[in-house]
Design a binder for this molecule. Structure first.
Ligand code: NAD
Length: 281
């Protein structure tokens, strides 16, 4: 009989998360006994001491790994025994691997976005990229682009302080090639850019519209949107109409789950099948 795996997700408002289904379907496909539990945290459980206790319980109860999401990605980071180099660089984790009583934090938002770009935009020109949105997801995207060898990275946010804090998390080499701006500078930045990433919530049902006017898009630009509910955002639609190469938010969502699955099990995930699962969910 195959080995069994126990995984879970710590966070708040995680009811709609697709992670349990993506992980368990992949486990089933690989003939594994794989259980993935959502663990909704209440406000009192957000205190670092309570989280430290919950993590210790997960270790004692035999969990193989955890995903951690909003609002505990930063607060959990100092609670694990070890950090992967990528997680240490960004200072936030979304995955904890538990092996022989030791917890190791990873960030598969970073590796997942990088995998999505390699898979969905092969050969994309990374010389001059505009990243709109400098929150947690935007920071993961910036680190992924740096890892992929991006040249100039222009970080745009309505709150310029956030863009500056993001840039400071990149190593001196990359930060030196970066800049921060507010959205009024988008026309100038995009006229010479090779790529655009949306990491704001714009495009979601609760945040309708696009962070960039359609008239600023041109067919020399690739466009990635990390919003995945809906998959076809206003930005994805206008970029497609303009003839841009387009990557939807499914790429990051599926690849971060696939990377976590591989870390938990040590087995390669069937990424193409997980994309089909994602489309069905
Ligand atoms: P966040 O709220 O931490 O950050 C969003 C940032 O965007 C903020 O800094 C805000 O000031 C900025 N912003 C908002 N509107 C803007 C605009 N019009 N122009 C410029 N800047 C603007 O959110 P987050 O956790 O970073 O997530 C952002 C979005 O990314 C989520 O809403 C979600 O849809 C998506 N996301 C996708 C994945 C995936 O796997 N595909 C993973 C995580 C998050």
């Amino acid at each position: 009989m195959s080995r069994s795996y126990l995984a879970g997700l710590f966070g708040q408002g995680i009811g709609p998360s697709l992670s349990p289904e993506l992980h368990e379907r992949e486990g089933l496909r690989q003939d594994l006994r794989y259980v993935y539990r959502s663990i909704e945290l209440d406000d009192a459980q957000l205190a670092p001491e309570r989280l430290r206790g919950l993590l210790a319980h997960a270790v004692e109860l035999g969990f193989d790994g955890l995903n951690v999401t909003h609002p505990v990605k930063h607060v959990m980071t100092p609670l694990v025994d070890e950090l992967s180099p990528g997680a240490a660089a960004i200072g936030a984790i979304n995955t904890v691997v538990i092996r022989d009583g030791t917890t190791t934090g990873h960030n598969t938002d970073v590796t997942g976005f990088a995998a999505a770009v390699r898979q969905g935009l092969p050969g994309a020109d990374l010389d001059d990229i505009v990243l709109v949105g400098a929150g947690g997801a935007g920071t993961a995207v910036a680190h992924a682009l740096a890892d992929l060898g991006a040249g100039a990275l222009h970080v745009v946010d309505t709150d310029r302080g956030r863009a500056e804090r993001l840039l400071a998390t990149l190593g001196p080499g990359h930060a030196g090639r970066g800049s921060t701006d507010t959205p009024d500078r988008l026309p100038a930045l995009l006229s010479r850019a090779s790529g655009l990433v949306n990491a704001t919530p714009m495009g979601m049902a609760a945040h309708p519209g696009a962070p960039v006017e359609a008239a600023l898009l041109h067919d020399r630009l690739w466009v990635a949107d990390i919003v995945y509910r809906p998959l076809v955002t206003a930005l994805v639609r206008s970029a497609t109409e303009r003839g841009c190469r387009v990557l939807t938010g499914a790429g990051m969502a599926v690849n971060q789950a696939a990377d976590s699955f591989e870390l938990f099990t040590g087995r390669p995930a069937s990424r193409a099948a997980m994309v089909t699962d994602f489309d069905e969910l």
